[in-house]
Design a protein around this ligand. Structure first.
Ligand code: ADE
Ligand code: ZN
Length: 335
């Protein structure tokens, strides 16, 4: 890792906090909570991290959540991520969590929300990182379930800035969640959704037209549809791209075949994110490093990606201006 990359000020907008649970922390939390895990040693657990597709990853991701029981567990996981985020030069992060995944295994909303939000509340002072929290709904569950959980989050005044849509994409199109997004919009929440990761470009069209989202998480399959590319470029819709995730989940064969350079060439508003860094071989700095190694991105391209991440965030305008100014200083210091 070059110092320059990890000192470049940037934001991360596509990050599942449950996807930051490192194998060591999984086993430590299992021991603390007296939970017997199916893969009880580091070697056995690590041997599971080969994925054929999104679903094979999700199976392990949901199984490993069993170790999250108390608010302290959620706080420890969040603090560990923030420390790692600081080391990779992140200055603002917007993290998703999966409330339904915890409810389905008997952990109540307050435990998850209080644990995560408690750690986030100390983030600016402890790590110099501003934060926002997004509740992501599982698209392979019913809309009724999502509506019920959203109502509970609103009733408890959970400190969320917006909602997202994740989990198994194919067969669970945006059209299934129109009322959920209407309800969230009426409540003043910001709207994002995963689309075009494994799903066809029609999922991206529908996330924009039916759900009225402000950002698309992934969106890489948009490149198969020239009319969609034209629209995304014209409207500068932010796309939170996750290169190492796409390789590990076989959305692309190898990094060299990743569409990010073509997306940049098409003037799309793309930024670089780690998705589930404990599962996909690295945090956001590793994603940038892999891109530099593969595509030889220059300082201008890196700064464009970082500026896109800051501008596409839900941070207050003053915070964006502050971070863009820091980025300009970083850019000027590059040869
Ligand atoms: N949940 C966690 N990571 C995800 C991803 N990459 N796609 C869909 N759902 C997810
Ligand atoms: Zn994701």
């Amino acid at each position: 890792m070059t110092t320059a990359l990890s000192s470049m000020p940037k934001a991360e907008l596509h990050l599942h906090i449950e996807g930051t649970l490192e194998p060591e922390l999984i086993l430590a939390l299992a021991a603390r909570n007296g939970i017997a895990m199916p893969f009880p040693t580091l070697a056995e657990l690590r041997a599971q991290y080969e994925f054929a597709d999104l679903q094979s990853f999700l199976n392990l991701y949901y199984a490993n959540m069993a170790v999250l029981v108390t608010a302290e567990d959620f706080a420890d996981m969040t603090r560990a991520y923030l420390g790692r985020a600081q080391a990779s030069g992140l200055r603002h992060v917007e993290i998703m969590f999966d409330p339904q995944a915890h409810l389905l295994r008997g952990v109540d909303l307050a435990t998850a929300v209080n644990g995560i939000a408690g750690a986030l509340a100390a983030s600016e002072a402890e790590f110099g990182i501003s934060t926002a929290l997004i509740a992501a709904f599982l698209r392979d569950q019913s809309e009724a379930s999502a509506l019920e959980v959203l109502a509970e989050l609103l009733a408890m005044d959970a400190p969320i800035v917006g909602i997202g849509l994740d989990s198994a994409e194919v067969g669970n199109p945006p059209s299934k969640f129109v009322r959920l997004y209407e309800r969230a919009r009426d409540a003043g929440l910001r709207l994002v959704a995963h689309a075009g990761e494994e799903g066809s470009p029609s999922y991206v069209w529908d996330a924009l037209d039916l759900l009225d989202v402000e950002r698309i998480d992934h969106g890489i399959r948009s490149m198969e549809d020239p009319a969609l590319v034209e629209r995304l470029a014209r409207e500068q819709v932010p796309l939170t791209v996750c290169p190492l995730s796409n390789v590990r989940l076989r959305a692309v064969d190898v990094l060299a075949a990743h569409p990010l350079p073509a997306m940049l060439a098409a003037r799309l508003n793309v930024c670089v994110n780690s998705d589930d860094p404990a599962y996909f071989g690295g945090y956001v700095d590793s994603n940038f490093q892999a891109l530099v190694d593969e595509f030889n991105f220059d300082a201008d391209t890196l700064a464009t990606l970082a500026a896109n991440s800051i501008r596409s965030s839900f941070a207050p305008e003053e915070r964006k201006a502050e971070l863009l100014a820091e980025l300009a200083v970083w850019r000027a210091a590059q040869a």
